[in-house]
Write a protein that binds this ligand. Structure first.
Ligand SMILES: NC(=O)CC[C@H](N)C(=O)O
Length: 421
């Protein structure tokens, strides 16, 4: 199985540009993965190579479960895992690129910012290789290299210092193709054409044969399903998922498809309705509180009415932006008033990272809004028990919402109450 992990010494060293170029180059023959719980990078991966990206998170899932996830989804010629922050960052939670690549025995390519440096790059590589034994650092790509001569200087030094590091190549310091584009989720169809140009330019001096030769994965799997077996529900579930409600772990959707008799995706921006025969609605996280997101959806009256109607007798579960939608309002923007909650958008994250809730679930929270209504909720979220007891989940009859993003497959027996099951 061919697999590679792309990592760095920190954020903003060129991981995204290298990953993007590779994903575009391999297109339909690559499976992208993201280490950690982040939603944004996987959405971007999908835009680039038209294949769903899968999160691998060793804080939220145990080791056997993460191996299973990798095994299930690495069904393309090559798998590319994008790390998070620097290679060892997240080790305290057991969820760094180091942890995940080691667990799956996948070689790591480290991208190093080479601007104004050459010998020191060897020192950095030595540090990365020696900090923890049994790490997966196997190859390097140098970013922001000023010229072929600069690269030769670096190459000579690194070859002299290491006989077990593969130098895959370099990326020049000012990429013409990147001039007029911001690589982000707002990538439009025209910008997408630019990906071709970017990919070519980034990969000009990278040896893809060498890269393919080192790509591998050699961990031991067994056939035992490492999750609790969950019954199949003879129920129809609607998933509200579109450019606003975009935060959906790919495996969560797969899980629903496996365990419910029918799954319908509902696009609120296109004003699609919740089907009449639907039993449960799940509203994904994302954005609804910004003017741009709100404007896309504010005239979706058929959608809104159908959801309000559904909620009179049947179950609704909203996650984060889904929770906000269920509330009364966020700032002056009217929501559906299915839960008596008002929200305020602030200019810094109110929660970011891993949290546990009172049901014993470890999940991920990432939100800029906060609740300004003083009400008692269902569960609190905390980094450490008793430290920060603020309610983050709310319920009224069969309508439930929470700020916590959860992976379903390893938690379903606990969270099925969210779905009123
Ligand atoms: N994680 C999310 O769904 C984010 C919700 C919303 N955009 C907020 O910041 O509060």
């Amino acid at each position: 199985m061919k697999a590679l992990c792309i990592s760095a010494t920190a954020s903003n060293q060129g991981k995204t540009i290298l990953t993007t170029a590779l994903l575009y180059h391999y297109k339909k023959s690559v499976r992208p993965f993201k280490i950690g719980p982040d939603f944004i990078d996987p959405l971007f991966h999908e835009k680039v190579c038209d294949t769903k990206s899968v999160n691998l998170d060793t804080c939220i899932m145990n080791k056997n479960q993460v191996k299973w996830m990798f095994n299930k989804y690495s069904n393309k010629n090559i798998s590319i895992l994008e790390g998070v922050m620097g290679f060892y960052d997240g080790m305290d939670k057991g969820s760094s690129a180091y942890d995940v690549s080691k667990l799956l025995d996948i070689p790591t390519v480290v991208i190093l910012d080479a601007s104004g440096s050459y010998t020191t790059l060897s020192a950095i590589i030595k540090g990365l290789k020696e900090y923890r034994e049994g790490n997966t650092v196997k190859a390097v790509v140098f970013n922001h290299v000023s010229s072929q001569m600069h690269f030769e200087l670096i190459r000579k030094q690194v070859e002299k210092d290491f006989d077990d590091i593969v130098i895959l190549g370099w990326i020049k310091s000012k990429l013409d193709s990147l001039d007029s584009i911001h690589l982000g989720l707002d990538l439009g169809d025209n910008d997408k054409e630019k990906l071709e140009e970017i990919s070519k330019e980034v990969l000009t001096n990278i040896d893809l044969k060498k890269l393919e030769n080192i790509a591998s994965s050699n961990y031991e799997t067994n056939d035992i399903y490492p999750f609790e077996k969950i019954e199949k529900y003879n129920k129809h579930i609607a998933v509200v998922n579109d450019d606003n409600f975009a935060f959906l772990y790919h495996d969560n959707l797969e899980f629903l498809n496996e365990h419910f008799s029918k799954v319908t995706i509902v696009n609120s921006i296109k004003d699609e309705i919740i089907p009449n025969d639907c039993d449960i609605v799940f509203i994904c996280g994302g954005y609804i509180e910004t003017q741009k997101a709100y404007d896309k959806f504010k005239n979706s009256n058929n959608f809104k009415n159908s959801l309000v109607n559904h909620a009179k007798t049947k179950a609704v579960y909203g996650e984060c932006a889904g929770l906000i939608l269920l509330g009364r309002k966020v700032d002056d923007k009217e929501m559906l008033n299915l839960l008596s909650l008002d929200f305020e958008l602030t200019n810094r994250p109110n929660r970011l990272g891993y949290y546990d809730n009172d049901l014993g679930i470890t999940g991920h929270a990432f939100h800029y809004t906060k609740i300004i209504t003083d009400v008692k909720g269902e569960y609190t979220l905390y980094k450490k028990k008793n430290e920060y007891e603020i309610y983050a989940a709310f319920k009224k009859e069969k309508v439930f919402g929470t700020y916590l993003h959860t992976m379903f497959r390893n938690n379903f027996s606990k969270i099925k109450i969210y779905f009123n099951l």
